[in-house]
Write a protein that binds this ligand. Structure first.
Ligand SMILES: [Zn+2]
Ligand SMILES: [Zn+2]
Length: 279
């Protein structure tokens, strides 16, 4: 088993050191653990975002990756039975391509997840910011928000900066429940063309088991969306728990792997941003 979406305590919303996660990975018998700490580079969200190094807050644009890569290297030495990979989960918004590209060129990541966490600088994935989201978006209606989200997905794939798109239908978490059926109807009608575009871009899609820990029956994305992606020609998928604490490492991934098996694919593995050929 592999886990390609893991948050160590470099993110303020996560707990557990890289070492603590690796100990858990050994207990679970994981073959590969890919750390994907949050990188939220939007300058307009400077007051909301930070990185932690040894428990101390640092600006997102500080030299925190030095400590991150050093901790990953130390873990590789200490835990030789697990492949410890250097990944990052980038919070994407249109217009941030230059900042993100510059960041990714400066650091030797194995794997890069692109994630839509915000619409126009307002979080759609944080319960703490839900009131702010409602104040900004409720009056604009479900069709607007659904289309706006799908537009973000499309440009995230089109910018070619990411190996994979994280939790494709994350709107299920907070946004969709705020609206009536028109939200789901709009995403349903828009997704096929967005997924055609994602397939053409070569960007992969992760199956994220964190939805299962929230009581959902299906991971992100839902089975019918995965099938749509596969039918559209997406062939590269991976699996991640999106653990924010070591106890959640690997949780639900057997279900994520099973979803992919039904599409006839194995989870992809990466080294230095390149797909490892299947054996
Ligand atoms: Zn995310
Ligand atoms: Zn995540």
């Amino acid at each position: 088993m592999i886990d390609y979406h893991v948050h160590p305590d470099f993110s303020p919303d996560a707990e557990g050191s890289i070492e603590a996660y690796c100990e858990r990975a050994v207990e679970l018998g994981l073959e590969e653990i890919c750390f994907t700490t949050h990188y939220e580079p939007d300058p307009a969200r400077r007051d909301y975002e930070e990185v932690r190094v040894n428990g101390r807050a640092q600006p997102v644009d500080s030299d925190w990756p030095d400590a991150y890569f050093a901790a990953l290297q130390a873990a590789r030495t200490k835990f030789p039975s697990v492949a410890v990979l250097a990944g990052v989960e980038v919070g994407y918004e249109p217009g941030l391509e230059g900042i993100i590209n510059d960041f990714l060129r400066r650091h030797p990541f194995d794997f890069v997840l692109g994630a839509i966490h915000c619409l126009d600088h307002v979080s759609i994935t944080s319960g703490d910011e839900l009131d702010r989201f409602k104040a900004e978006y409720m009056s604009r209606g479900p069709e607007f928000v659904a289309e706006h989200y799908l537009h973000h997905v499309r440009v995230a794939a089109g910018c070619q900066l990411f190996d994979f798109l994280a939790h494709l239908d994350i709107y299920r978490k907070y946004v969709e429940p705020l609206y009536d059926r028109r939200f789901g109807a709009t995403t349903d009608s828009g997704l096929p063309s967005v997924l055609d575009f994602v397939a053409e871009s070569g960007t992969g899609i992760e199956v994220n088991s964190s939805a299962l820990r929230r009581g959902n029956a299906e991971p992100y994305p839902a089975r019918r969306i995965l099938k749509l992606a596969s039918d559209a020609g997406v062939r590269v998928f991976t699996v991640g728990s999106d653990a924010h604490r070591p106890a959640d490492l690997g949780k639900g991934l057997e279900i994520a792997v099973q979803e992919l098996k039904e599409l006839g694919v194995e989870p992809a593995r990466f080294r230095t941003r390149k797909l490892v050929p299947a054996v």
